[in-house]
Write a protein that binds this ligand. Sequence first.
Ligand code: AHM
Ligand code: MG
Length: 309
Amino acid sequence: MTQTAATDLGSVVREQFPAAVAAILQRFGEASAQLRDLLETAPLRDLIGSTDAVNVQGEITAKLDDAANSVFVEALRLPDVSWLVSEEETEPIHLGPGTYACCFDPLDGSSNIGVSGVGSVLGIYTGVTGFGDDTPITGRQLVAAAFTVYGLPTMLMVASPGNVDGYVFDPADRTWKLTTPGIATPKAKYTSINWMYRDTWSPQVTAAVDAASEGLRGRYSGSMVEDILRVLLSGGVFLYPEDSSSPSGKLRMLYEVCPISFILEAAGGASTNGSIPILDVPVTKPHQRSPLIVGDAAAVARYRGAHGG
Ligand code: AHM
Ligand code: MG
């Protein structure tokens, strides 16, 4: 449990993190509040629908993907930030000699824009000198991670090693208020996976998914952030394994898989790519993908046991 009387995001993170990390987290909160405004009025501002562009992921870019990216790129240009890696930017943006690399998905769950919950994800890494075979990064370099879910209420989860705090956005004074300090993920209740891919899984993955999901109820939204919030607060396991069309899975290490694994581990859960903990997997490409199985430690262990590496 966090020992603090402070209730607003800025005061809490200044107590928990070095000043530069606290400043990044505050900016992430401000940018999330800005994006919340855009999402709330998107149909009135002609912000629903797609642009003509295809992003580095090979996906058609939504207008809101672009708008969200601009909000976060501008917000995170801070003196202590060396690199920005965004799902929507082809190359990492080098800002200078700062200590921290900020890797983010400005708008997660793009297929749900305009109809259901979406969110934003951030990982703050230290010791990043580049992106390549000579300079592998792992999730162990994360000093903090956070994600926002733009729902009712709009929520922000912030993790340091061993601690996760939940905040709710207060539209009255546009601040994030600490509502759920020291989150410990409860025993698994839900399994969260796109079952429609079952025919594209190997026998090994099928057996592992079944083992992990045994005795659990199914819930899947198509927005990782929403499903992860459920896992975090209600207990469960989220799975996006490799399949025949995505042999390395769909989700990206630096700004989805690692930050989310860091947050769930900080809340007492676990993660794996099928053979090793996610946070130990070396990353040598900015948009590297990985299978992700994360949440309840017992369910993750069952997956790993049946998958066999
Ligand atoms: P995005 O960042 O482009 O939105 O893609 C990631 C999303 C996740 O939020 C979600 O878990 C997954 O893609 C859903 O994919 P699928 O439709 O294959 O189940
Ligand atoms: Mg995403």
